[in-house]
Design a protein around this ligand. Structure first.
Ligand SMILES: Nc1nc(=O)c2c([nH]1)NC[C@@H]1CN(c3ccc(C(=O)N[C@@H](CCC(=O)O)C(=O)O)cc3)C=[N+]21
Length: 299
């Protein structure tokens, strides 16, 4: 019986180091340009998970020395009010990054709201212009979660060229940009989704496996190729033995016996997402003032 266990990729520690690098660059911008990056976070309504998450972002924004600006609109606010706020933030030279927390209430068109953000301030990288820039290999704002996954993969593997990579999930916010980033790294990339005929057969071939399907423990451990690097983007709240627990899209306890390395949930990709948001805000500020961009913080 093989008892080797995968290395656990410590996203929480990696994210803390990344935030320290961001903090050092924030200090440099302040010293050399007299500018402090400003990050606006807009929250519509009072979804409890979103509220907690936004509060975390505010705390970490302050910790790296940036100016955080929180805007809260009531759940019944109109789309026009939100669009007005976004336009105000676009016009405000003290604001370098704008994030509108998703999901938005059903009566708002999220696509329209996101595409109203100035693409240069779009720290989520969700604007259609940024998606197009990424897909065509031009300088873009890169979505935070895929960027964080890429940093973890590069740290583990060095060059990603030639690896067989599978992305499970084809969302605009994770799966598609993740596949674009891996393609730019010269991986051989496949994307699986809900209509994929034989997911197991696809997973079995993957040397790099990124799972962002939003389905608790969708991937059993025995599907994983021995030695593969597994990045689990899922964050699912489920009940186990009558207790609420947080699990990923990969069955971690099984996968850890097969994979070469794997991210845990929590403590894997989640903290990287927030650290990359701060890195993107820094990048947006550097571009706005014409300062050099620290290479290690961008894709
Ligand atoms: N415009 C927009 N941009 C986003 O980036 C965005 C969003 N809307 N809406 C909500 C989702 C969710 N999201 C998370 C980021 C970090 C953790 C995170 O740090 N999780 C920790 C703790 C998990 C826990 O204990 O709940 C972990 O995985 O270790 C979780 C979730 C960003 N999102």
């Amino acid at each position: 019986m093989c008892s080797a266990r995968a290395d656990i990729i410590d996203g929480k520690a990696f994210a803390a180091t990344l935030r320290q690098k961001v903090a050092a660059q924030v200090a440099r911008l302040k010293a050399e340009y007299g500018i402090v990056p400003g990050l606006a976070v807009v929250l519509v309504g009072e979804d409890p998970a979103s509220t907690v998450y936004v509060r975390n972002k505010e705390r970490m924004t302050a910790e790296v020395g940036m100016n955080g600006h929180a805007f809260r609109l009531p759940a019944h606010a109109s789309e026009a009010e939100l669009l007005d706020l976004v336009r105000q933030l676009n016009a405000d030279s003290a604001i370098h990054g704008i994030l509108v927390q998703l999901p938005l209430p059903a009566h708002m068109d999220a696509r329209k709201v996101i595409n109203t953000i100035n693409p240069e301030k779009d720290v989520d990288g969700f604007h259609v212009v940024n998606a197009g820039l990424l897909a065509t290999g031009q300088e873009a704002m890169v979505p935070c979660t895929p960027l964080g996954c890429l940093m973890l993969l590069r740290d583990r593997l060095g060059s990603l060229a030639g690896y067989k990579a599978l992305v499970v999930g084809a969302s605009n916010i994770v799966g598609k940009p993740m596949a674009q980033l891996l393609l730019a790294e010269k991986c051989t990339v496949s994307i699986a989704h809900s209509r994929t005929r034989d997911l197991e057969a696809e997973v079995r071939q993957a040397e790099i496996l990124v799972v962002a399907a939003g389905r608790a423990e969708l991937i059993p451990g025995d599907w994983i190729k021995p030695g593969a690097v597994v990045i689990d983007v899922g964050i699912n709240r489920i009940e186990r033995d009558g207790k609420p627990v947080l699990v990923g899209d990969v069955a971690f306890e099984q996968a850890v016996r097969v994979a070469g390395a794997i991210t845990p949930v929590p403590g894997g990709v989640g903290p990287m997402t927030i650290a990359c948001l701060l890195a993107n805000a820094l990048t947006a500020c550097c571009r706005a003032v014409g300062a050099s961009e620290p290479a290690e913080l961008v894709a």
